[in-house]
Ligand binder design. Structure first.
Ligand SMILES: NC(=O)c1ccc[n+]([C@@H]2O[C@H](COP(=O)([O-])OP(=O)(O)OC[C@H]3O[C@@H](n4cnc5c(N)ncnc54)[C@H](O)[C@@H]3O)[C@@H](O)[C@H]2O)c1
Ligand SMILES: [Zn+2]
Ligand SMILES: [Zn+2]
Length: 376
């Protein structure tokens, strides 16, 4: 069939809207009509050319929601008409990683997904001239119709609006999941969140959901203060305006009359800046503080600290897709949204048509959007 897509033809160039060919689903695959897709920082990372693993031409996009229209042979867990969210971290429930119960990083299709191909080593997308176009993160939600492995779709309830729950395909789950699954934050905790963008604000609402007492937001953009407060932030710090070093400032803020050591129980990097990652580790509490790296750093960047920071009990951890097992956890997060436990609507600041998708990248560059969503 033919479908309309925004194609990343080359690194550093705007996406091109065009008709492309899409082959039907093969064994173990499903075809999905994408109804809405968010534009995430990671799409921009790849499009810009900064991603060392980026390949072109490709159809980007990994934060979608839609309806199954066709299933290939052997597919049993979904059927045409089912509402689904594509998963860039699949869940096969059979590989050593899934069976370990210690990680969400399913390895069943990792090799081909990283090469922009379906599990049989071919692409379903091609230009009208017949040249192959690569998939992206196994999702390619910047196409109106796409094909995905069955293990890479989460079936969700049908009364949930596509233009909101698409955000659960990456940003919401990453932020909320980092708090619930990776850090396992407890009631009464003190936390610091670095970077109040589309991910950091979801960390903040995850901390509110978990019952944290003190939620300190750190951002170099003062416009983010109101945004953080909207979702439960209790204190805002702009490192450029405090006139002193950030780490001791944050440690002081968390001291109590009883605990004069100070430090956060948990911190989260949502910037991708390795200097910030160090600050995030070092502002946590001696003996038990945990710092969670969510941000994706530039190619070749390395993190630094003195080993003494770890010897004295601080823990550095990372998280991908918020530690969520997609097919199991994503439907639950959709329920939390529908039940009002988490918010999504105010974070979706811009709605765009596919023709205007490049405007979404411009809004991101200017720091004007939290999330732009494309409606098909
Ligand atoms: N681990 C994962 O699974 C995963 C998933 C999605 C995104 N990410 C990554 O998370 C990061 C954040 O994504 P986003 O969409 O929220 O980005 P964003 O651009 O919307 O937000 C980043 C925020 O950080 C602030 N910031 C920048 N430098 C800072 C500094 N030195 N100190 C304090 N604040 C600073 C910016 O002002 C901005 O508000 C990116 O690196 C992205 O690639 C990771
Ligand atoms: Zn993303
Ligand atoms: Zn698996």
């Amino acid at each position: 069939m033919r479908t309309r897509a925004a194609v990343a033809v080359q690194a550093g160039k705007p996406l091109e809207i065009m008709e492309v060919n899409l082959d039907g689903p093969k064994a173990g695959e499903v075809m999905v009509e994408i109804k809405a897709t968010g534009i995430c920082h990671t799409d921009e990372f790849t499009l810009s050319g900064a991603d060392p693993e980026g390949m072109f031409p490709a159809i980007l996009g990994h934060e979608g929601a839609g309806v199954v229209v066709e299933v290939g042979p052997g597919v049993t867990s979904v059927k045409p008409g089912d509402h689904v969210i594509p998963l860039y971290t699949p869940e096969c429930r059979e590989c050593p990683s899934c069976l370990s119960r210690k990680t969400n990083l399913c390895t069943a299709i990792r090799g081909t997904q990283g090469k922009g191909l379906m599990p049989d080593g071919t692409s379903r997308f091609s230009t009208l001239d017949g040249d192959p176009i690569l998939h992206y993160m196994g999702c390619s939600t910047f196409s109106n119709f796409t094909v995905l492995p069955e293990i890479a779709v989460a079936k969700v309830r049908e009364d949930a609006p596509f233009d909101k729950i698409c955000y659960i395909g990456c940003g919401v789950t990453t932020g909320v999941g980092a708090v619930i699954n990776t850090a396992k934050v407890e009631i009464g905790a003190k936390a610091v969140v670095f970077g109040l963008g589309g991910i950091g604000l979801n960390v903040i609402q995850g901390l509110r959901l978990a019952g944290a007492d003190m939620i300190i937001g750190v951002d170099i953009n003062n416009d983010k203060k109101a945004w953080g407060e909207r979702f439960g932030m209790t204190h805002f710090v702009n490192p450029k305006e405090i006139g002193t070093d950030l780490v001791p400032y944050l440690v002081n803020l968390t001291k109590t009359p009883f605990d004069q050591i100070g430090g956060a129980d948990y911190s989260f990097d949502c910037t991708g800046n390795v200097t910030v990652m160090r600050q995030a580790l070092e502002c946590t509490h001696r003996g038990w503080g945990q710092s969670i790296v969510i941000g994706v750093a530039p190619a070749g960047a390395e993190i630094q600290t003195r080993p003494f920071q770890l010897v004295t009990g601080r823990v550095w951890k990372g998280t991908a897709f918020g530690g969520a097992r997609g097919r199991t956890d994503v439907p639950k997060i959709v329920d939390w949204y529908m039940e009002g436990k988490i918010e999504i609507d105010p974070m979706i600041t811009h709605l765009l048509r596919l023709e205007d998708i490049n405007k979404g990248f411009d809004l991101m560059h200017r720091g004007e959007s939290i999330r732009s969503v494309v409606l098909y």
